[in-house]
Design a protein around this ligand. Structure first.
Ligand code: 6R9
Length: 564
């Protein structure tokens, strides 16, 4: 599409309002952290707000190609701002609002953003601990960016104050003050913004992964339509945070490109009660529900009861993304949430579902880079690019090439292990770096973890290796138990036996440790690197800023197993 021009915002908003008569259709049911906060936003309203916000950004001096960092909770303003950027050709870099000030600062510097859009505060308690309020983080980040190696002349911060948490924020004077709140700013700006329709912007996620407009729009739009079997009357809900690529693609761009109605949820699954997600499904008659294995495992702990209070009969398709889903979690999702009638699409998004999506050509290589036919296990690679593939790591093309293309020249390497079964289905088995090598046998973390979670007392498990005199490496397992279960010698022996029976004597774990919680990234992926260090008693853990809850590490260290 070289030389072609388009505008992603026009395609996903103006087109529906002007050409498809969808102006009055609901784009989002916004549901706040508290059940008392909710609102409905139609396509027409969304377009007006986006235009206003685009005009504010233009007035702040944002031009095509400029980077805008966005640090907002899951509120409608987050969508307004990202689409406003897309509309005027600015590159948006969304930083998950649970990130610390250092992480925010790093990402602002990485993107060399000229503007930061943020909120006075968030209504999610975990973002509001003392010293961690959004605004405080921003202040710290702004001064950190100034004194550290920030190379742009200065960082312009302004505060967009949001809906029900409207605060006027005084920023560092030399980092620019804009003592207006969004509503007054928006009020004075026209609700049309049409003078830059022909832009070709790109945007990047928190990891500096750069996507471009046309290919990304095409891919998110098509995958949304076909993978989730989109129908006009669907109410679609993806529980990811927009700060992650899944949220960008399946809360904002994919659904809007199709003119779909989605739920936008600010809160967490267990507040104010553990049935919150089911309550929302009932409330909006959600038809397609898309979440992550970590969420499913969390909610499984509370059993069937919280679901039984709600009517989930509207559900038609369920989706899972983020990590390999273990059989126990799959079964529970299928039987209990989907009541045995909803197919589950397991999406991976570097490719698609367990069968590759059209246009995506995966294959499996062995260690020597030879392609394996038929039933096989090895490295997951891709023969050719597809429209939604990332284009570079922002500002670091060399890192992009060395991470994804160097290991096997001529192939894109996602960094995952994979198995192809006799029916041609691909099973993503976990990150290559996490592979286990016991007495020369290569094993994926996913298969051992699936065996452990097959035990009725275990709700979640993570397996890493630890050096062993004889075997080279042995298995060290962390297990999280259901609330009512005790960790004791009998259980440990039972678990060892179970793995031995399911996989074979070679996989018999040497160590099993109780893990009240596991270290996870803020998007819910288990960080096995840290578990490996705990198993090996290595105290210098390096950068923990991507951890959702760093306290977990101390607890795990205090309970580690010394001897088998
Ligand atoms: C969408 C997302 C990508 C990595 C990917 C893989 C893991 C994602 C998965 C899965 C097994 C799935 N992953 N979905 N592994 N089954 N359904 O998570 O994007 O944050 O960039 O991570 O996540 O390891 O390579 P991102």
């Amino acid at each position: 599409m070289e030389g072609a021009k388009t505008n992603i915002c026009y395609n996903i908003l103006d087109r529906h309002v002007r050409e498809r008569n969808l102006g009055d259709k609901v784009a989002y049911y916004w549901e706040g952290n508290s059940p008392d906060h909710h609102m409905t936003i139609t396509y027409h309203q969304l377009l007006r707000q986006v235009c206003r916000c685009a005009n504010v950004l233009k007035q702040m001096g944002v031009k095509k190609g400029d980077r805008v960092s966005i640090y907002l909770p899951m509120i409608p303003e987050l969508v307004y701002t990202m689409l406003a950027c897309a509309r005027i050709g600015a590159v948006h870099s969304i930083v998950f609002a649970g990130f610390s000030s250092e992480s925010l600062c790093e990402r602002i510097m990485d993107a060399q953003s000229s503007i930061l859009v943020t909120a006075g505060r968030s209504s999610r308690p975990e973002f509001e601990q003392p010293g961690r309020g959004l605004k405080i983080c921003v202040n710290t980040a702004a001064s950190g960016c100034d004194t550290a190696c920030f190379t742009a002349p200065y960082i312009t911060c302004f505060c967009i104050c949001v809906l029900y948490i409207c605060l006027i924020v005084h920023m560092h004077s030399h980092t620019c003050i804009c003592p207006f709140c969004l509503h007054s700013l928006l009020f004075f700006h026209p609700a049309v913004c049409v003078d830059s329709l022909l832009t070709f912007p790109s945007f990047c996620t928190v990891q500096g992964v750069l996507h471009t407009v046309a290919g990304y729009l095409l891919f998110t739009s098509l995958t949304f339509k076909y993978v989730f079997d989109y129908h006009h009357d669907d109410v679609y809900w993806c529980t990811a945070d927009i700060g992650w690529i899944t949220g960008h693609s399946y809360i904002t761009y994919g659904p809007l490109a199709n003119g779909a109605t989605s739920v936008l949820f600010e809160g967490i699954p267990v507040h104010p009660h553990v049935g919150r997600l089911w309550e929302i499904i009932e409330k909006y008659r959600v038809t397609k529900f898309y979440t992550a294995p970590t969420v499913i495992r969390l909610l499984m702990k509370y059993g069937h009861e919280p679901l039984q209070k709600y009517d989930l009969s509207s559900l038609r398709i369920l989706g899972s993304v983020g990590e390999p889903i273990n059989p126990e979690a799959w079964q529970w999702f299928y039987e209990v949430v989907g009541q045995g009638r909803c197919p589950i699409v397991d999406t991976f998004w570097q490719t698609e579902t367990t069968f590759p999506f059209f246009g995506v050509e995966p294959t499996i290589l062995n260690e020597h880079g030879e392609e394996l036919e038929g039933e096989a296990e090895g490295y997951l690679v891709f023969r050719k690019p597809w429209p939604g593939i990332m284009r570079t790591v922002y500002g670091n093309q060399e890192r992009f090439e060395s991470t994804y293309f160097k290991k096997f020249p001529g192939f894109y390497v996602s960094g995952d292990g994979c198995r192809r079964d006799k029916d041609g289905y691909y099973w993503v088995t976990g990150r290559i770096d996490d592979m286990l090598n016991v007495s020369g046998h290569l094993m994926s973390t996913a298969e051992v973890e699936a065996a452990l979670t097959g035990h009725p007392a275990v709700v979640e498990a993570a397996v890493v290796s630890r050096p062993h005199k004889v075997k080279g490496e042995c298995l060290y397992c962390f297990v999280t138990l259901k609330d009512s279960r005790d960790f004791n010698h009998t259980l440990v022996e039972g678990l060892k036996r179970l793995v031995r029976e399911k996989i074979g004597p070679i996989a018999m774990p040497d160590f099993i440790q109780n893990a009240p919680a596991l270290p996870k990234t803020r998007s819910g992926k288990i960080m096995r690197r840290i578990l490996r260090q705990i198993a090996r008693n290595e105290k210098d853990l390096g950068d923990l800023s991507t951890l959702a809850d760093p306290k977990v590490v101390e607890v795990l260290f205090s309970q580690r197993c010394e001897a088998a």
